[in-house]
Design a protein around this ligand. Structure first.
Ligand SMILES: [Zn+2]
Length: 225
């Protein structure tokens, strides 16, 4: 896909996410890795609903601005995930209501913030990690993401929002949407004693679709001694 086309894709998905209320105001940002090692990233203080393809920030491999507007201040979230998650080609970060709400609940397991509720959550987002709260702009949040060692393609920042990587922009957007909708389902069903997928049903998905879930990777490490 040409760079112009990729710029248009960022604007199209950004508008779609914004118009469905998935990230308010000028919150949220999108990045995409280019074949030359550089990136396209949405500018600082730009609403995802009103992006201009020509003004998207173009960075070189070292993260220096080559053209376009000044990039988002949340670049460290993106670079930390790209560094540790080699397969990620695009990253979406939103301030989406249900995913943010989830981060504030006391029972959340930081290594799997959601139970296995639907097959598509596991197939698109996998399991999701939670990192603690950091003040906006605190570089320590990038270290917290690096600390997950690339095991997770989707990460929730406490009291802030999701950061989700994918092998394409479409994959990152769809995974972020699955995470948000599954968070919504969790909140709808919380304390109603719902039936989640059973371990056998999860195992079947892992085997059939070759899912790389962190919980299963750990177990394999154990099995192999
Ligand atoms: Zn943010």
């Amino acid at each position: 896909m040409s760079e112009m086309r990729l710029r248009e894709e960022i604007c199209r998905y950004g508008r779609s996410l914004f118009e469905r209320g998935l990230t308010p105001g000028s919150s949220g940002n999108i990045s995409l890795r280019l074949d030359d090692g550089g990136w396209l990233v949405t500018p600082t203080n730009a609403s995802l609903g009103f992006l201009d393809p020509a003004r998207i920030s173009r960075l070189d491999e070292g993260g220096r601005l080559v053209s376009g507007d000044k990039p988002t201040k949340e670049i460290p979230l993106h670079s930390a995930l790209y560094e540790t998650r080699g397969s990620a080609r695009a990253i979406v970060h939103l301030h989406s209501t249900h995913a943010v709400a989830l981060t504030m609940l006391p029972e959340i397991d930081p290594r799997a913030v959601l139970p296995p509720m639907t097959p598509y959550y596991l197939m698109r987002a996998g399991e999701t990690a939670l990192v603690p709260y950091y003040r906006p702009g605190d570089p320590a949040v990038a270290d917290a993401i690096r600390g997950l060692a690339g095991k997770y393609s989707s990460v929730l920042l406490a009291n802030h929002g999701p950061v989700v990587g994918g092998e394409s922009l479409e994959a990152a957007v769809f995974a972020t949407e699955e995470l948000e909708e599954t968070a919504k389902l969790y909140l709808l069903l919380r304390n109603l004693n719902p039936r989640y997928l059973t371990p056998a049903q999860v195992e079947d998905l892992v085997k059939t679709f070759g899912l790389e879930l962190p919980s299963h990777q750990n177990r394999e490490d154990h099995d192999h001694g």
